[in-house]
Each structure stands twice: as C-alpha cells, then as structure tokens.
Design a protein around this ligand. Structure first.
Ligand SMILES: C[S@@+](CC[C@H](N)C(=O)[O-])C[C@H]1O[C@@H](n2cnc3c(N)ncnc32)[C@H](O)[C@@H]1O
Length: 809
C-alpha cells in the first residue's frame, strides 16, 4: 500500500479516501476510481493511475499466495538469528516507521490480517501449561500446552499490531508480533509496551517471521517481582531506554498539555521506571488517562497517588481524580465516599460540581429524566461527541423469542413517545480518533482479511481495539460486550449471559475489582470475538461504505431485533441511543427497530426491499415485517422495475430539483425548466406508483416519500395547496395515518399514527406544511406547528426546548 501511495504522490494524485478504499479491491471499479483520483489531469495520468491500481491488486494476491504457502510448509525448528542482527533489524524498522509518521500527511496504513479463522485465541489456563524456551519453538505451528516468557529488547513499532524483538532468559532472540495490541494507530508503542516489559505468551503460534500472537488475551504482562520471573537470571542485561533524556526533562515535557496523551503517558512511564514513588508523575498519569477514556486506569493510578501523597493538598487532589474516575465509571456511591474525604478548601467548588452531576445522572438512571436540548447542544460542540449521561432502562425486559434469539419486550402498555431505554455506547470510535496525534496526520486503516474476505475501515478497527482495551481497563464491562451475539450461528458465551440482563455488575463488586491489590482479575478478551460482536451488533458497522461513519456498541439497544417498519424510534445523539415508543405498545409486545441505514432519517431515498435484504444478509434471516410482506405483494417483476427506475431516473431528477430549488433568480429559463421538471416528476410519481400492487391495503410506500417531498418543494412556488397535498402524501408514504380531522385548526395532533420511518424527513415535511399554510391560514399553520412540536417530542423527545435546539442545528 505504501508503494501505491508513494507512486500516486509522485504523479501528483491524491490518495484514495476512506470510502474509496473498498474500490481498490474491486477491479471493476478501477477505471472509475482512476478517473476520480486523476481528476482533471490528462488521460496519460489517468492511465498511469489505472495501471498502479492493477499492480496493487496483483501485489495483494502475491501476499495472499505467500501466506497460504507458508501455512502449508513443513514444520521446522526456528532458526536462532544472532542477537545483534535482530537488534539492528528492529532499530531499522522503527526508523522507517518514524520517518513515515513524520511524512504522514494523508498516510494510509494497510493492515492485512491473516489470522482470523486459522489461529484462534488460546483459552487454556496458564496453570495447565508448560514452559518452552525460544530455541525449542517450531514453525509454522501453534505450541499447544506450552507457554513461553519473553522480554522486549527493542522499542516496538505499532499499528494496532505491535512488532518488536524479544529475548528469553537463555538470551535467544526472536521477532514478536502482537495482534490488536494498541488502542490506536497513533499511540506510541513504548507507552503500551515499554522496553524491558516481560510477557508471558500462552500457546505461542510461530511463523517464519517469528512469534505471532493473535489475541491480546494470549498474553500476560508480568511484573518484575511476579513469582514466575522474580528468580530468573537473564543471560543479557537490559540497557537503559530513556532516549538519553534526564528525568527532569521528561517530567517537564510530560507536563506540556500540547503533547499527545500517549506521548505523555510514555514519558511518565519512563519517569516512574526510575522513580516509582513520584507523586507528581503518578497524579499527572491519572490526569492523562481521562483523555484516552481509560477511567479504570485513571482510578487505580489516582488511588496510588493518594498513597504517595505527602500532604493534605496532594491527598485531596488525588482523591478528586479518583472520584472523577469513579463518576465516569458510573460508580456513584464510591465517588461520593471519595468526595467526602477531600479537605482542601480550594477544591470544594469542583466537589460540589461533581455532587451536582451525580444527582443529575441518578435522575437519568432512575427516573428517565434527560435534558435532551442540552444533549443536542453538547453533541454539536464536538466533532467526536461522547456525551455525559447515565443509561436508563424503562418499562422493558429481555426475553427469548422464538426464531430470533433474545429480544426486548414492553413490560406495560405504553403510549407513543414513552421513553423505553437510553444507552450510552460501551465503546465508540470515530474515524478521526485515529488522528489524535496531529489533525493533519490522517491515518486510515484498512484491514483486509484474506481468510474470510472481509474489509474493515478505520472506525471499525479502532472500535474493536478500543473496546478490547476498555474491558481490560475496567473488567466489569466485559459482560456488556461479550454477552452479545457473535454471529447468528455461534453459541452465546454462557459465562457472560448466565446472570441475564441488564448486564451490569453490582457497584460493590465493580469497586472491589478496581481496588484489588493484586493484579486485576484478568478477563480473556479475544479481540476477534469483540470484532464479531461489533459486526452483528454495532451501529456503523453495516458496511465498509460507512467507513467514514463512527462505529459504536450499545449493549441493551443491541438486543432489540429488526423490523423495516420500526415500532420504536431509536435516535442517535453522539454516542447515545434513545428509544421511544412510536406506536401504542402493549404489555409483552416486542420492541423493533431498523438495522438498515436510511430507514432512520435524513433526506435519503429509503432502501428498497432488495437493498434491505442485502444489508440484512449477514444476519441470516429473511425479514417478514409489515413492509416486506407488502413488497411481496408487488411481485418480483414490479420490484425490479421500481429498483431500476429509482437507480436510473431518480438521481438525475433529484439533481435537477436541487438546482432549481436553490435558484435565486426566476427568469424565463428557470420557468421553462421548472415546468418541464414538474411535468417529469408528476409522471415519475405515477410510474413509481404503478409498481406498487393495488392489493397493498395501506399507504406505506417509503420509496414515494422523498419524491413527493421533492415535488412539494418545487410546486410550492406555483400552487401551495398542491404542495401541501404532496407533503401529506409523503408522510403517508412513511407510514403516517392522518386523523380524520387533520384540517381542523383546533386539532393539534393531526395523526392517528405518526410516520414509522425517517422521522427527520417527516418533521421537515410538517414544517413545510406550517410554512405553506402561514401565507393563507394562520390559524391552521399554528395548529400544524403545534402538531410538529408534539410529533418531534414523541419521535425524538426534549419538549419544546429540544425541538428548537434541534431545528436550529
Ligand atoms: C443485534 S442482534 C439482536 C439481538 C439478538 N436477537 C440476540 O439474541 O442477541 C442481531 C441478531 O438478532 C437476530 N435478529 C434480529 N432481528 C431479527 C428478525 N427480525 N428475525 C430473525 N432474527 C432476527 C439475528 O440473528 C441478528 O443477527
């Protein structure tokens, strides 16, 4: 990949964007991609780009073939390479990576993963394994029943995978690759696995390139005084790795807020290596962990700082950090206890603020009281929003549902608009999280798995790593991830589902895990299991085409099963999902929302049955919802005809409509074009309408909604009445049922049933009706405005303040 990028750069051509990456792998897309990448450059450049893309695919094929060959090679003993040669090789690799990083503007990193189905993570407990030294390892094979212990002797390189040279107590050296080890591609590996770290590797898998560890849970980082290594005599001593900087200098740099969090963490580790009892370095380390969302580490480090503190002021400051971390981990009782211990008068303001926030979070958790308007604003303030809210579980329960695994049911009859549940993501990855070091250093990760032919983009890879690391940081969240399904055919992990829902751990138990003096109870987190949980449960994992969208996992919302016509409106606010009843739900009725992008909101053409089936195919079920049954009535031929019309004719009509809708000057040319387009749109509506069977008993025809709305926008200049009719038809197409008295100005709830799909588009249609009526019938307009606010409250929540916060966005 680097070669491809360098060659494109030499031609003066931009690298492919996140969303263009999948096209690199599809030879049929190459000519279009070459055209787009070459832009207005001449044909010669376009031809050169095309041949670069073809070469790239050929080189990938070669990598795949080499890999497959190596898997079938006869087993041999590893060759022990002289230690010096290995050290030089390690240093060179690192130098190359540093250079790449420095030149890293627009850098795309490719990460080809081969392991998935071939090398599963080890599950054998360490006590059942026997030690094996490096010199007895063989390749290619997994050493079942064995473990080895190695020591990092070169500073590692990273890109999720971590590469370094290690030796064992006999002094034999070998390259080591640790898969999924880094939480981010820009995190300096020295912060994650400092030089000198001692690692136990369960059932090591060895290839011709050295030891390859497929899952982080196959390793344990051992303390130097651990029973397994404290008496070991290492054949070679370690050299001091402080990059030649003295401790004061490192501490000074670690206090610089302009440095990246991971760089600071690295420097603080070096300081603490030479002075483990430094309060200053420990408290600073706990500060910095908040920035990388490591609240468990922040908590434990702050607790250490409390012990190291030398006066009241230092103790108070460390207690405050520990309380903040407990708050972030939603351990409110513990946070309150810690806050009570803070004596420093200067910190009382912050103590009060945290007590206030705890009260707010409790009201959210216990009573479902949320300030939606404030959440909208908070979301707007950040490009990578992570909102401060508590989860809420409304009148719902989780039960097994025949043919669907588990599902979420209402525990009482509820009215539309009732808040059913609110969930904050267990882990969130925004593609730009990969650029934390420097905004210009755009890192795109493409992970291509040859064995199962899947391709993951930056956010998806990041989410998997981050969630795996988050579990390690706060092991009590393991359940919230690993109790979710890993695929429609794989069994659930019994140890995580045995206590049922809501997948939380009692606060005292969680605190005991964090406070434990011994090493933390280790949860076996196989990042590949986390990856498959994400694939079937995360929002933003739908397809690689969503490479630029965030990827996030919400444990309870993930249990809601799918319908193309939802009965709950699940809205996304940053990393939060709020689900409200969209129809009156009966006790025992199953909550259903849509897994298919485009059914939730925005002015996009709702997906056709074929597109919905495509999106759902990985889930292994054929949807039999209301809409799918209606589409069945249309028959194959008509569905196909509709699909073709929408793919071929609609985009061009929509483009022309967009231009005319925005036009400022209404000259003769504009008028002729508008007449013509209106005529074509009316004809198009009729043709699309004809693809729906007469047997459909109601108006749910999502594909007509956007066309009707577009027509309404254009026709409004000519005929307000007709525009209103089209908006009403658009709402019906989204599943709304109008009240018989919807013309009546005194009726502020114009619907028997609110739209079931695309709530945002529906709100826009309603606002357009308000605007159109305002010119002719102020009373009716006001009444529709009240309806719109009510509809917004039912669909999205937040009352009037929420409505205004949202439409002002
Ligand atoms: C996000 S999970 C939903 C929770 C899941 N039922 C469970 O027990 O963990 C998605 C999986 O649920 C199942 N599922 C969801 N909606 C379904 C439906 N309408 N019909 C059948 N299975 C469904 C599929 O196995 C799908 O892969």
């Amino acid at each position: 990949m680097d070669d491809l990028l360098k060659s494109l750069n030499a031609l003066g051509v931009n690298p492919p964007s996140d969303s263009q990456i999948p096209e690199l792998l599809n030879p049929e897309e190459h000519s279009t991609l070459a055209k787009v990448l070459a832009g207005s450059a001449d044909d010669l450049i376009e031809g050169a780009v095309l041949s670069l893309l073809e070469n790239y695919l050929r080189s990938l094929k070669k990598v795949e073939d080499d890999h497959n060959r190596s898997l079938n090679a006869p087993v041999k003993k590893v060759k022990i390479i002289p230690r010096n040669a290995l050290l030089i090789r390690g240093a060179k690799e690192r130098e190359r990576l540093c250079k790449d990083r420095q030149a890293g503007v627009g850098l795309i990193r490719q990460n080809q993963v081969f392991d998935n189905d071939i090398i599963p993570a080890s599950t054998t407990p360490i006590k059942d394994l026997e030690y094996i030294p490096i010199k007895e390892l063989e390749f290619p094979r997994r050493h079942q029943g064995k473990y080895t212990i190695v020591r990092v002797i070169t500073n590692p390189n990273t890109l999720f995978d971590l590469h370094c040279i290690v030796d064992d107590k006999d002094g034999s050296g070998i390259p080591l690759t640790l898969s999924h080890f880094a939480p981010s591609p820009t995190a300096p590996s020295d912060a994650i696995l400092p030089y000198g770290s001692i690692i136990l590797i369960r059932e090591p898998y060895v290839t011709k390139n050295g030891i390859y560890v497929p899952a982080k849970s196959d390793t344990r980082i051992l303390n130097k005084d651990s029973d397994l290594v404290k008496d070991v005599q290492w054949a070679f001593p370690l050299e001091q790795p402080s990059d030649g900087k003295d401790i004061d200098q490192l501490m000074l740099e670690a206090n610089n807020d302009n440095e990246s969090f991971w760089d600071i963490i690295h420097k603080l580790h070096l300081v603490l290596d030479s002075n483990p009892v430094s309060y200053e370095a420990t408290i600073r380390l706990s500060d910095v962990y908040f920035g990388v969302q490591r609240f468990g580490s922040a908590y434990r480090t702050a607790a250490k700082a409390v012990k190291l503190s030398r006066d009241e002021q230092q103790t108070s400051r460390a207690l405050l950090n520990q309380a903040r971390a407990a708050y972030d981990l939603r351990l409110f009782k513990k946070a309150e206890v810690l806050l009570k211990g803070i004596q420093d008068p200067e910190l009382q303001g912050e103590v009060k603020r945290l007590i206030f926030l705890i009260g707010k979070r409790r009201a959210e958790r216990e009573e479902g009281i949320f300030d939606v308007a404030e959440l909208f604003q908070e979301k707007q303030r950040s490009s990578v929003p992570r909102l401060d809210i508590a989860d809420y579980i409304g009148p719902i329960e989780v039960k097994d549902i025949e043919g669907r695994g588990r599902g979420v049911l209402a525990t009482e009859d509820v009215e539309p608009g009732t808040l059913m549940l609110v969930g904050k993501a267990v882990g969130t990855a925004y593609p730009s999280d990969a650029d934390e070091r420097n905004a210009k250093d755009h890192t795109t990760v493409m992970e291509l798995n040859f064995s199962n032919k899947t391709l993951h983009g930056t956010a998806q890879v990041l989410a998997r790593s981050r969630i795996s690391h988050a579990i390690e940081d706060a092991p009590f969240i393991a359940k919230r991830v690993l109790a979710l399904c890993g695929s429609p055919t794989e069994p659930l992990l019994t140890e995580y589902i045995k206590d049922g829902f809501p997948l939380t751990v009692e606060e005292d138990e969680a605190v005991a895990m964090l406070d434990s003096e011994s090493e933390l109870p280790i949860v076996d987190v196989d990042p590949r299991r986390v990856g498959s949980v994400l694939k079937y449960n995360a929002f933003g994992h739908a397809s690689i085409a969503g490479a630029e969208t965030p990827c996030m996992l919400h444990s309870l919302p993930a249990i809601i099963n799918h319908s193309c016509v939802p009965n709950v409106a699940s809205i996304h606010l940053g990393d939060v999902i709020m689900s409200r009843a969209l129809v009156p739900l009966k006790k025992g009725q199953e909550l259903l929302h849509s897994y298919v992008p485009g059914t939730g909101g925005g002015s996009v053409m709702p997906p056709s049955q074929q597109e919905r089936r495509g999106e759902l195919s990985k889930h292994g079920f054929i949807c039999a919802c209301e809409l799918c049954s209606l589409d069945e009535l249309d028959g194959e031929a008509k569905l196909k005809e509709r699909g073709l019309m929408l793919a071929d004719i609609w985009p061009r009509l929509a483009d022309r409509a967009r231009v005319l809708h925005r036009a400022q000057v209404e000259d003769n040319k504009f008028k002729t074009e508008l007449d013509q387009l209106l005529e074509e749109l009316e004809e198009f509506v009729v043709s699309v309408e004809n693809t729906f069977s007469d047997k459909r008993p109601f108006e749910l025809k999502p594909e007509l909604a956007l066309i009707r709305r577009t027509l309404a926008q254009l026709i409004a200049r000519r005929d307000a009445e007709k525009a209103i009719q089209n908006e009403l038809l658009s709402l019906s197409a989204l599943g709304a049922i109008l009240a018989e008295t919807h013309n009546d100005a005194s009726n502020t709830r114009k619907f028997k049933q609110l739209p079931r799909l695309q709530p945002d588009s529906a709100i826009l249609s309603m606002l357009h009706i308000v605007e159109l009526l305002n010119k002719t019938d102020e009373k009716a307009s006001k009444s529709w405005f009240e309806t719109t606010k009510w509809a917004h409250d039912v669909l999205v929540g937040g009352g009037e303040a929420g409505f205004f916060a949202r439409i002002n966005q």
